[in-house]
Write a protein that binds this ligand. Sequence first.
Ligand code: F6R
Ligand code: MG
Ligand code: MG
Length: 366
Amino acid sequence: MKITLSVIKADIGSIGGHITPSKELIDEIRNFVKKNGKGLVIDLYVSCTGDDVAILMTHERGKLDEKIHKLAWDAFMAGTEVAKKQGLYGAGQDLLVEAFSGNVKGMGPAVAELEFEERPNEPFIFFAADKTDPGAYNLPFYLAFADPMYCAGLILSPKMAKGFKFTIIDVEHTEKDKYIELNAPEELYDLAALLRDNERFVIEQIHSRGSGEQAAALSTTRLHNIAGKYTGKDDPVALVRVQGEFPATGEVLSAFEIGHYVAGFMRGSHTGPLMPCKLNSTISYFDGPPIITGAAFCVQEGKLTGPVDVFDHPFWDYVRNRIAEKAIAMRRQGFSGAAMLPYSELEYGGIVERLERLEKRFKFRD
Ligand code: F6R
Ligand code: MG
Ligand code: MG
């Protein structure tokens, strides 16, 4: 059976700051999709990661389907009404336009979609990150799909011997999608040269070169590029098929042990380590640290079994403690150098006005 997995995610309001949505908000979204998605949606999983709510749907309508996207948009609108009634902070903040048109791309919510003919066993992972941007996935997915140091299958499994094709988006180009396709392993150095720049070049899709099947789909929305001003961080989602011709679940997870430094954290303007957390985790220290959650499923005829929480294991407690130390190490240096993002990435306009004012006070000395 050919099915589509669509995950559409937005921040539409949180309790106590940018921490976590309310139960009532999440219930409203789930009930809305259940009620209005009859005959459209086969199965559904609604979850939160930090202040973001994600709607994962299975259906047979393909990617960028207007009805599916509108259903999610309307559900977020309904959720926003609950957020407003409860006085939640940032109610409706990611819904950047007044009216829905066509699909949610460019309207604020993040979207990732996979369409495939189901294998007899079809496991996949749904990742959601908060307080960071889409480039946060560059390093872990490069390592999981292109580096035998992290993905043993690249040298051990004949099904993976041909490697993977990466589709990369230049997110600075906003008029239309500007993308490049690069093959691993032949073009590894080109791949690394682009993926080092997390703020500009981001992975959108990964395909198996053996079977041609799509392995991964990632959201590439940069709110700051759509709205032209601070509206909250992008908080990207990703869907990754695993096992067989794709990396094993544990290979995909392996690079998240690094807790590599990403952009986001407090006011979307700092550098912090990406911490793998349990499902439905909240946000705390310095409006962070940037977090990622992973929900593993199997799907058959569109019906989901799961989720299993991939980061809920004693191993990750140790990792989280170590990453907390990395967060503190960076935070100790406050605004200095690498701790705060470069000028072009700062998400608050206040500093622009401040620097313009100071510019006028500079004097010249011969
Ligand atoms: C980051 C984030 C928060 C806010 C911060 C200030 O994505 O949402 O760190 O930037 O809490 O929020 P405001 O400016 O809304 O008071
Ligand atoms: Mg968020
Ligand atoms: Mg937010």
